[in-house]
Design a protein around this ligand. Structure first.
Ligand code: F3S
Length: 739
């Protein structure tokens, strides 16, 4: 079939160097002599020196550290940029783009919200624009869209390896590549041509059979899988989907699945190259990439080998996956829509919700939007409007302009939708929602994350995650127990109305329209060294980064020099401790370029002290007093007392926010340690650059040490700074921790 093309793109820097990747892969095969998964093919062909890395053969997955050369970097906000500037280079070693999506506050609608946000963030946007011009980076200005949707539309390509400074970077895996979320320091490795190190992930195979039907969407597949795997089931692994069920999914549907691989802790997710991916590449003006990918696929580069053995295999029959709702407060609490009413009742929650939100980087494709417009048209024909505020965030200017042209936007507005700017908005706490502050309420969103306070800053708002079509249909009922597949809505006429299953189209019949050309950057810009980057000395938004100094040795504040000191337990954290718990987003995001100012948000930390069960409370046993966690930590610092925080599994889950690692080191410690049962990957890497972190084996779970040894104020004695550390407990027993 003829695929309508919106606009041809210059593909010179977005086509992976397939010939050299395939040549390298041949060298990898000579050493490993076994079938390879798709994830391994992509990853290992980007290793700097395969002959050196794989010469001894053996088990690579889960054991070897790889030195990699990513092909591209995508960045948000100022933090990675400030770190790149300190490298003193004239330009980035790899093509890179910068995006301004996090700082647009949602208040009343796209136009006025964007105008106001540009004024309030002007200094930061000017900084990003001038830095992009100086170093030759593509600058996507505010309002152009959400980083992950822009990457999918413009830069992603099958077989590519890319880094992005956001945990949902894996979204680009929808085009059969490896896109990995990292902190700013790792992005700077790629931009300075420093080999980027990654422990070779394990590979979890997800075998998709059967066919989705009716109301089930790709979002439901990943919500269902999150329930199976839990928030840490993918840690240290790549999710590799395969089987006949892959080919039937649209590229943007696959991107939704890959996007939320972050919610199970996966390093990234990927899929074998498919005809639907080819169609999407062509429809978004990248026919030369599709052609090159076709050739690479013919040589076996873009699919797994026959006979591959995965580290774990999950079987999913798509015909059995039901529409699903996950939450609240954790993305892995999964309930099929058919049982959701019972679940709400069993919890004693009110059978109502206060807003429905669709869009975001997870679910704002043309297919998603045309499917929800189908429901809106059905409802309008029955004389219905939404019962609750209904907000829609398009993922990019291209999506916004195309759905406007195709009367999708008007169909949504007809039933009461408010269209927000092409930006993150409510997905990242940039939702100015005064009417529900301090009130327990529920919202339904098609977003990807639902930790406390994530959307409106109110820790009592329960965010339930669902597909955009489920959110939309339920918005016409306003009840959490409403099952659009079986239930009807009563009309004033006395009749009842029941939705028909929605239908969307993945590619527009008339092609995508790019929309406002001012939102698009100059492609492949040359660096302009003469550009002056201005950071005012009294700026409250931007600050040059200075080195922190060491935790051990001169200037560390550690009285015992290079020896490991004995540490006092500052607190033992109860339950989940995500990067949002440590470093709150919302109003604090505006300080992402100013480490001193953003560090003040530690006073809002949501960590719960296991002793007493209160949020943001720590005890100073020396003075028999209590205070907030940062207050007591600062007292420890003033006394030169090194501290340790004991945490549970998956510490630092969620956002890639490297401030959650930088801030404690910068503002309250010179010598501190996090001891966890396990760490989330991105946060662990970020911690390496600041606070020392230790990992306790499963057998030595921190919370199994007993109240005395890990309670507030307990003393932990560490014997040596090596790969394994003996910890002497006060009862004379000891156990080991690994760095
Ligand atoms: Fe933006 Fe991240 Fe949401 S990129 S749309 S905040 S998941």
């Amino acid at each position: 079939t003829q695929i309508p093309i919106s606009i041809e793109k210059d593909c010179s820097t977005i086509t992976p160097p397939y010939d050299s990747l395939i040549e390298k892969l041949g060298r990898v095969r000579n050493h490993l002599k076994r079938p390879l998964s798709l994830a391994e093919k992509i990853l290992y062909s980007h290793v700097v020196d395969p002959d050196q890395a794989f010469s001894s053969g053996g088990k690579i997955r889960g054991e070897s550290y790889l030195q990699l050369r990513p092909e591209r970097v995508a960045m948000q906000d100022a933090s990675a940029h400030l770190q790149f500037m300190s490298a003193g280079l004239a330009q980035s070693a790899v093509p890179a783009s910068i995006h301004c999506d996090h700082l647009i506050q949602a208040v009343e609608g796209a136009e006025s919200d964007l105008k106001r946000s540009i004024v309030t963030n002007q200094e930061v946007f000017d900084f990003l624009q001038s830095a992009a011009a100086k170093y030759g980076l593509e600058f996507w200005r505010p309002g152009s869209g959400i980083i992950h949707q822009i990457v999918l539309e413009n830069y992603a390509a099958p077989g590519m390896l890319m880094l992005g400074t956001d945990s949902h970077t894996p979204n680009a895996g929808g085009l059969g590549m490896l896109a990995i979320g990292v902190g700013g320091a790792d992005a700077v490795d790629a931009m300075t041509a420093t080999p980027w190190e990654l422990k070779a992930p394990k590979v979890i195979g997800v075998h998709l059979t059967g066919k989705m039907g009716g109301w089930t969407t790709p979002k439901d597949l990943i919500l269902h899988l999150a329930g199976k795997l839990t928030v840490r089931g993918g840690t240290g692994s790549i999710l590799e989907y395969f089987g006949p069920g892959v080919a039937s999914q649209s590229c943007t549907g696959l991107a939704t699945i890959a996007n939320m691989g972050a919610e199970v802790g996966a390093t990234t997710s990927t899929f074998p190259y498919s005809a639907r991916m080819r169609d999407y590449l062509i429809a978004t003006g990248r026919a030369p990439v599709a052609k090159a990918a076709d050739r690479a696929a013919a040589q076996g580069f873009l699919s797994p080998d026959e006979g591959i053995e995965y580290d774990q295999l999950i079987e999913i029959d798509l015909s059995k996956v039901e529409p699903t709702i996950n939450g609240p407060f954790t993305p892995d609490l999964s309930t099929p829509v058919s049982k959701f009413g019972e679940f709400i009742k069993s919890q004693g929650w009110k059978d109502e919700f206060s807003a429905g939100l669709i869009g975001s980087c997870t679910n704002s494709s043309y297919e998603d939007m045309t499917a929800v417009a189908d429901l809106a048209k059905q409802a309008k024909a029955a004389g219905l409007t939404t019962k609750v505020p209904f907000l829609c965030t398009p993922g990019s200017e291209q999506v916004r302009a195309t759905i406007e042209r195709d009367n999708v936007t008007s169909a949504l507005e007809d039933v009461g939708a408010v269209v927000l700017a092409n930006a993150c908005g409510p997905c990242i706490g940039q939702w100015k929602r005064d009417d529900k502050q301090g009130e327990e309420n529920a919202i339904l969103t098609s977003f990807n994350r639902n930790f406390k306070s994530r959307n409106d800053g109110n820790k009592l708002t329960m965010n339930f995650l669902a597909s955009p079509t489920i959110v939309t249909a339920m918005a016409f009922s306003g009840k959490l127990s409403f099952n659009p597949m079986t239930d009807s809505i009563s009309l004033p006429s006395g009749e009842s109305f029941k939705f028909q299953p929605p239908h969307g189209r993945d590619l527009p019949t008339d092609g995508f329209t790019p929309g406002n050309g001012e939102f698009y950057p100059i492609r492949n810009p040359a660096p302009q060294p003469e550009v002056n980057i201005v950071i005012k000395p009294d700026s409250q938004r931007l600050e040059i980064l200075e080195p922190f100094g060491s935790h051990f040795g001169p200037g560390s504040g550690n009285p015992r020099g290079l020896e490991l000191p004995s540490m006092k337990v500052l607190l033992r954290v109860r339950g989940k401790c995500t990067t949002d718990h440590i470093s709150a987003a919302g109003p604090w995001l505006k300080y992402k370029g100013h480490l001193t100012n953003i560090s003040e948000n530690l006073r809002d930390t949501q960590a719960i002290n296991d002793e007493g069960g209160e949020m943001n409370v720590a005890f100073d046993k020396d003075t028999n007093s209590q205070g907030t966690i940062p207050e007591i930590a600062k007292r420890f610092k003033a006394r030169n007392q090194p501290w340790a925080i004991i945490v549970d599994d998956n510490y630092g889950e969620g956002s890639a926010r490297e401030h959650a690692a930088l801030q404690p080191s910068f503002s309250i410690v010179r010598c501190g340690m996090i001891i966890a049962r396990s760490f989330a990957r991105i946060h662990e890497t970020n911690l390496k650059n600041s606070v020392l972190r230790l990992f306790a084996d499963k057998a030595d779970t921190p919370h199994a040490w007993g109240d005395v040894e890990t309670g507030n104020g307990a003393e932990i004695k560490l014997q040596s700074l090596s790969q394994r550390i003996n910890v002497n407990k006060s009862d004379g027993d000891s156990f080991q921790l690994s760095i």
